[in-house]
Design a protein around this ligand. Structure first.
Ligand code: SF4
Length: 167
């Protein structure tokens, strides 16, 4: 297996389904005939279309909105729904952590415009430890020879890997 870097997408999936994070890290494509299809489709369903967002690329990270706060950079992540709020929060926290590692102080805000909700994400010591632990745990999982056993969760019915896991 070639070297894998933890990224925001893997963090997002780790908090939804660890098995899926393993499959994605290994580039195991779901059944192409599956009408629910893949990551791109999932992301489209759960985030705003790219042309409606301001998108900034920093290294291998794509950030939805970025603006300067009074003292620091504010990183925004827009989601269509708060259904996977913990995943979204940890994904954003991961970006803040990556910024911190290159010496940039930042805070984050999750935005769920349809629900008129905003959640501030601050990388305090506790959250930083959690992100660090998550990144290590993702690497531990994805370098295992086999994925986590499939566990039925609500998301399975919308997951492109459902046939792979449950057929
Ligand atoms: S079908 Fe369910 S268990 Fe399998 S990868 Fe998708 S979410 Fe995970």
């Amino acid at each position: 297996m070639k070297e894998v870097n933890v990224n925001g997408t893997l963090v997002w999936y780790y908090y939804i389904c660890k098995r899926q994070a393993w499959l994605m890290a290994r580039n195991i494509n779901p059944n192409q005939d599956n009408p629910l299809l893949d990551l791109g489709r999932f992301i489209q369903e759960h985030t705003y279309e790219r042309d409606k967002r301001k998108e900034v690329v920093v290294g291998n990270i794509i950030i939805d909105v970025i603006k300067k706060g009074k003292k620091e950079i504010v990183v925004g992540e827009v989601k269509k729904s708060s259904k996977f709020k913990e995943s979204a929060k940890m994904q954003l926290a991961f970006y803040l952590w990556e910024f911190k590692k290159i010496g940039i102080d930042s805070t984050g805000v999750l935005m769920f415009p349809k629900e008129k909700e905003r959640v501030e994400v601050v990388l305090d010591d506790e959250l930083e430890k959690k992100v660090e632990k998550t990144a290590k745990e993702i690497l531990r999982i994805i370098y295992k020879e086999k994925p986590q056993p499939a566990e039925k969760i609500g998301y399975c019915k919308n997951c492109a890997y459902s046939e792979f896991c449950w057929a």
